[in-house]
Design a protein around this ligand. Sequence first.
Ligand code: A2P
Length: 267
Amino acid sequence: EISATLDTPFPIPAGVYAQTVTQVEHYTDSLFRFRITRPDSFRFRSGEFVMIGLPNAEKPVFRAYSIASPSWDDEVEFYSIKVPDGPLTEHLQKLQVGDTVLMRRKPTGTLVNDALLPGKRLWMFATGTGVAPFASIIRDPETYEKFDDLILCHTCRTAGELTYSRELVESLKANPLIGEFAQQLTLYDTLTREDWPRMGRQTDLMASGKIFTDLGVPPINPETDRGMICGSMEMLADTKPALEGFGLEEGANNRPATFVVEKAFVS
Ligand code: A2P
């Protein structure tokens, strides 16, 4: 679309959008978010991911990134880790407003409303940058129409790593599209390596039942509760059986069920 007008050192490959960075915000030494312009023809479902890269090589490196913005937003937001020697993130972390980001045209993913049967309560389990797809989902009015209660569980090592989700949830109250639904959403944020009002891994807090007493809700029940999980491979490997232990079953786009899973990318 606008690629012809961009001043990039290498030609834009076929089949990708070349978009302009509109905002960059750094949270910690290792976490930041950035926003890019959105092509009119780019459509996605809240919770999906897309491949992104930089126009800094003849054959650019592309990596999967969850889209952190909702489908109604006129920009596209990403939440990223900074890896010192990461083939993409070592360059991405230096992004400035006005720079060009490449984005493949076709989004995909399983953390979407369509892959879940209707229910009363949606549990979103995230560790680290695994919160990114939920940043999209909790900004989508459709989620609040489908579920009465949304619980976003976000566990990190240290407090600075919770800033993104905490600021986002706080900002929703004033959001013209979501504000009226904001009381349906609860953020359950826990830390594992720094003092905090809520401590521990989500898996341990489910096993002990503390997460349910803290939140004042009954234990997860397949009649009423739905789950989405996004974190490291180890986190998924431990959280999946925990949900299965409550009687939930894994679904997919073509076979909706009671929970869905996606690994957090670039970890
Ligand atoms: P912990 O500090 O006990 O390892 P990481 O940066 O390693 O991906 O971890 C992000 C957060 O996820 C940390 O709070 C970490 O807790 C937690 N975590 C790591 N592995 C698991 C797991 N297998 N199940 C649940 N939580 C996990």
